[in-house]
Ligand binder design. Structure first.
Ligand code: HEM
Length: 238
């Protein structure tokens, strides 16, 4: 009996591209999503588009996992939710790291050549961030329902964290998620100040100053407040 050797050089998946790598990842489409050199107002548009487009991909993964983690929590699968929330947190770390690359641009070249071709484009219209704003409150609600079902206040959950390990881990992941979003905002504010200044208005007329105020926004204020209470309570034990 003869066995035919498989020709690994030939693609087997449907789609365009010479190899399965290109077909599966749809690299033709992906790599045509950036302006061509002929279209560039400035060559740093490639850097600018790469950072924004890749940020949108990681944000998509982050909120998709938060949404699924919420569904898992609602059906009582806390461990499954914990696994996914770790990914959301890591995704935000990557999005945070991507901001470093924007500081490789010259503020003059950005404001003179790139900013004028952005139209009214503004981060307020980022689909990734809009979805983060949409899905994050439901995660908080699902967590607080589980906590209430265990008959615990947030402060009690922290005091008795060793007894309620899963709930404790969840609380810590929620605050980590909240913190990652805020820390991104802080970093973004600094990048904006460094590139266009902090006493100017954005492409949709928003004063950059307002971005500084948004840093204080908390997704899960109860989890932050509990720290204040715990500090007060600990002092009473002195
Ligand atoms: C040179 C780089 C950047 C500059 C100069 C910049 C500038 C600004 C400005 C001025 C605003 C205020 C709204 C407006 O008027 O447009 C804003 C908001 C925002 N930008 Fe950026 N941005 C930059 C990079 C990024 C990147 C890489 C992302 C990643 C997705 C991003 C996402 C956002 C978001 C989500 C907001 C809304 C603020 C919030 O919800 O806290 N920006 N940006």
């Amino acid at each position: 009996m003869t066995t035919e050797l498989e020709d690994y050089s030939q693609p087997v998946l449907p789609g365009s591209g010479d190899s399965d790598y290109e077909r599966y990842l749809r690299t033709d489409e992906l790599l045509s999503l950036q302006k061509t050199p002929e279209e560039w107002a400035h060559r740093d548009e490639l850097l600018f588009q790469t950072v924004h487009q890749s940020s949108e991909l990681w944000l998509k993964l982050a909120w998709t996992e938060v949404e699924e983690a919420t569904r898992l929590l609602e059906s009582g699968e806390a461990n499954g939710a914990i696994r996914l929330l770790r990914r959301s947190v890591e995704s935000m770390r990557i999005v945070h790291g991507l901001l470093d690359m924007l500081e490789q641009m010259s503020p003059w070249e950005y404001t003179r050549y790139i900013r004028p071709v952005l139209g009214h484009g503004s981060g307020f219209d980022s689909p990734g961030f809009s979805n983060i704003r949409r899905v994050s409150p439901a995660l908080g609600q699902a967590f607080h329902k589980l906590r209430r079902d265990a008959d615990l206040s947030v402060v009690e959950l922290y005091q008795r964290g060793r007894e309620f390990e899963e709930l404790y881990q969840l609380a810590e992941l929620l605050i980590e998620w909240d913190e990652r979003v805020s820390v991104w905002r802080m970093r973004h504010y600094k990048v904006v100040a460094r590139v266009i200044g902090d006493e100017v208005v954005g492409t949709q007329g928003t004063p950059v100053e307002l971005l500084g105020k948004l840093i204080k926004h908390e997704l899960y204020p109860e989890l932050w407040d509990a720290r204040n209470e715990l500090t007060t309570l600990a002092k009473e034990h002195d």
